[in-house]
Design a protein around this ligand. Structure first.
Ligand code: PEP
Ligand code: CO
Length: 449
């Protein structure tokens, strides 16, 4: 079946954005397609190799960032703190799992959000929902909620600014595993970090630095692999105008590369087999993630994975399951069994966030640390019982001291103290670090077979 970067336009488009000025959309897309890529095919292929190794159990993937990145949060402190928490967590995981960890941010493009309803009502007024800064703005006014094509270019520019800063930091040594102290700024002064957690972190980081130095002294070549910090970007590939505009052929390689990000993923609401999103993503060379929720039919999932990777290419597909703590025992085993039986080559990741969202009695969207942890633990156990190993975790988190999820020092009464997310609740700095230690205990445990 033939494919072009525009063949998705003949398929049903879920979560379609209603732009009121199609000519302005066309003009914006034309401009966007002339601008330089945000990432290169070299990096995309490098990530694919890393994912292929993770599929064989030789690497672990840590993916995380905001639910909805905002243009306003494109600030050095906020970006650096996100990088710091991901680096700190990955260091804990390298230490526990004794294997390289690949870090993938939900960052530099996580600006488009699927919504359960196209409109939002407040006090009898109905306006389009907020679809992320790639489309409109969160304020509840007609002007802010209008889908504005100029936002596509603004988002692209902010993604470029974000990525430029992340690249400079990582290239210049900020992310060197030998120097975890660079990520500590403000660490000791942060309120709410219990002394035991701080102590555990300090010990882990000291032990890791010592082990690295020891391996280097022995002339161990793998130390470079272990200590080099690669950082990749990812976002939900939701707005196909944006994604298609930056999808192109590159010299000396086959196929088309989507160059807004290293790893796009298809969301739970847009993964219909005959839909526009699957049509688009089956044609790009990138690693592609697919979110799979508790209602997924295992046979449909196998068909979907076959459509997205007909040649069963190594490193190509990542299944990001988001079942929820109460459904994971029922929904995950038949899915993993069907995909394994069909011989589909995928990396299994757990997103313990999106199946565990609930509202408090006062209507605040939250998630509990315990539910999140339970889904992770059950996912580790289920994969081990069936055949394999969980290969990575996908979090919504931030390096800031927000109060959005319950647990790890935050109670329901604390939620409104610093609830800053414009979409789903994220783990804060302490909750995220604590989570890394809990995952670490699973990574260091041998499979009970
Ligand atoms: C998300 O990752 O923010 C999201 C909307 O997830 P899902 O598609 O799994 O609901
Ligand atoms: Co979310």
């Amino acid at each position: 079946m033939s494919w072009t970067p525009d063949s998705w336009k003949s398929k049903p488009l879920a979560q379609e954005v209603a732009y009121d000025d199609p000519a302005a959309v066309e003009a914006t897309i034309a401009r966007l397609s002339q601008l330089p890529p945000l990432v290169t095919s070299w990096e995309v292929e490098r990530l694919k190799m890393a994912i292929a190794e993770a599929q064989e159990g030789r690497r672990f993937i840590l993916q995380g960032g905001d639910c909805a990145e905002t243009l306003g949060d494109c600030q050095p402190g906020i970006i650096a703190n996100k990088l710091k928490i991901l680096l700190q967590m990955s260091m804990v995981l390298v230490h526990a799992g004794q294997k390289p960890v690949v870090r993938i941010g939900r960052l530099a493009g996580q600006y488009a959000k699927p919504r359960s309803k196209p409109t939002e009502e407040r006090n009898g007024v109905s306006l389009p929902s907020y679809f992320g800064d790639l489309v409109n703005r969160p304020e509840f006014t007609a002007d802010a909620r209008r889908a504005d094509p100029r936002a596509l270019l603004d988002a692209y520019s902010h993604a470029a600014l974000t990525l430029n800063f992340v690249r400079s930091l990582t290239a210049a040594g900020f992310a060197d595993l030998h120097h975890p102290e660079y990520w500590d700024l403000g660490f000791f002064t942060r309120s709410g970090l219990p002394p035991e957690l701080r102590e555990e972190y300090m010990q882990t980081s000291a032990r890791l630095s010592e082990a690295l130095r020891f391996m280097e002294a022995l002339g161990e070549t793998s130390v470079d692999e272990l200590s080099r910090v690669d950082f990749y970007t990812s976002h939900e590939g939701l707005n196909l105008h944006y994604e298609a505009a930056q999808t192109r052929r590159v010299p000396r390689r086959e196929g088309h590369y989507l160059l807004t990000t290293h790893m796009p993923w298809i969301g739970e609401r847009t993964r219909a087999l005959d839909g526009a999103h699957v049509e688009f993503f089956r044609g790009v060379e990138n690693v592609v993630g697919v979110k799979l929720g508790p209602k997924v039919d295992p046979h449909d999932a196998v068909k979907l994975l076959t459509t997205l990777s007909p040649w069963n290419e190594a490193g190509k597909l990542v299944c990001i399951t988001r079942m929820g703590a109460s459904e994971v025992d029922k929904a995950l085993p038949p899915l993993v069994e069907a995909v394994t039986r069909a011989g589909r080559r995928v990396l299994w990741m757990c997103d313990p966030m999106h199946g565990n969202t609930h509202s408090t009695s006062s209507g605040i969207k939250t998630r509990s640390f315990d539910d999140i942890l339970r889904e992770i633990e059950r996912s580790f156990a289920i994969h081990r019982e069936i055949a394999g190993e969980l290969g990575g975790i996908h979090f919504e988190l931030t390096g800031e001291d927000v109060t959005e999820c319950i647990g790890g020092g935050i109670t329901e009464a604390d939620l409104d103290k610093n609830y800053a997310s414009v979409c789903d609740p994220r783990l804060n700095y302490r909750q995220a670090l604590e989570m890394a230690f809990r995952i670490g205990t699973w990574m260091s445990k041998r499979a009970p077979r």
